[in-house]
Write a protein of this length. Structure first.
Length: 203
């Protein structure tokens, strides 16, 4: 009986060890030489299609790198990057980027400000007509996210946000439990632009 319990305990420890790999931010920084080219120094990108990684909620970056590696999240560029990474590399990169200060939003253009006004309503109040919950219930009132599954969206690249919402809407990106695919399915392209402008301007 005791042997059986010990065996089960051992198996659980074995099965859960990769998910629990503790990340080391100092080791993580040494692994970013290539990431910097596309995600910017200190995880703040200057390319509209490439997401900022700085200040992301702990655990999210490692989970996304796993999803790129397995092909569950389809992107040729990031798949090529992630296949080179071990579980430990992912945990270290995650710890490093989570430790960096997030981007503070830059000023929106007049056009984006008008879009953001509309986006704010959905972000804070949801869209009852399509049964969509307020975005802030999972991403936080200021868009700072909730570890580890609900990512930070504040001051994220507007173009990147739009692209991801369109990928969820088409079902190409399902993500954690398909939650965002369900939500985005009910959003129009116009609402996606409004929401992206709003999130890009959040601090
Ligand atoms: C050649 C450019 C390039 C390089 C190099 C690169 N990335 Fe990316 N990365 C991208 C692009 C483009 C995306 C957006 C993919 C998409 O649209 O789904 C992305 C997305 C990501 C995401 C998803 C972020 C989110 O908010 O969901 C993570 C995490 C990430 N990259 C981490 C890394 C790490 C860590 C490295 C270095 C080991 C790296 N990337 C190297 C271009 C790059
Ligand atoms: C019930 C919780 C929940 C609600 C409500 C919610 N989200 Fe999300 N969101 C998530 C989860 C979980 C993810 C990560 C999905 C994944 O693994 O791809 C996510 C991811 C995202 C991403 C991708 C971020 C990145 O870095 O790639 C964007 C953009 C986003 N959500 C915007 C929104 C908007 C806009 C709304 C409101 C219309 C919203 N979310 C409402 C749970 C939620």
């Amino acid at each position: 009986m005791l042997n059986k319990i010990l065996l089960i305990g051992g198996l659980i420890a074995l099965l859960s060890s990769p998910a629990m790999a503790a990340g080391d931010p100092v080791a993580g920084e040494t692994k970013t030489a290539i990431c910097v080219a596309c995600h910017g120094p200190k995880g703040i990108s200057s390319i509209p299609q490439n997401p900022n990684l700085a200040g992301q909620v702990p655990g999210y970056i490692a989970a996304q790198l796993q999803a790129f590696k397995s092909g569950e999240r389809e992107n040729a560029v990031m798949q090529a990057q992630s296949v080179l990474l071990s579980d430990q590399d992912m945990a270290d990169l995650d710890a490093y980027y989570a430790s960096l200060p997030a981007k503070i939003s830059s000023d929106l253009t007049e056009e984006d400000k008008a879009l953001a006004e509309e986006g704010k309503k959905i972000y804070r109040g949801g869209f009852a007509e399509r049964g969509i919950a307020a975005c802030m219930s999972c991403h936080g009132p200021s868009g700072h996210g909730i570890p580890k599954n609900f990512p930070r969206v504040s001051a994220q690249q507007k173009v990147y946000l739009e692209q991801q919402l369109l990928l969820y809407k088409s079902g190409e990106r399902q993500g954690y439990n398909g939650i965002m695919a369900d939500i985005a399915f009910g959003l129009s392209e116009e609402q996606i632009q409004q929401l992206s402008a709003y999130m890009a301007g959040l601090n």
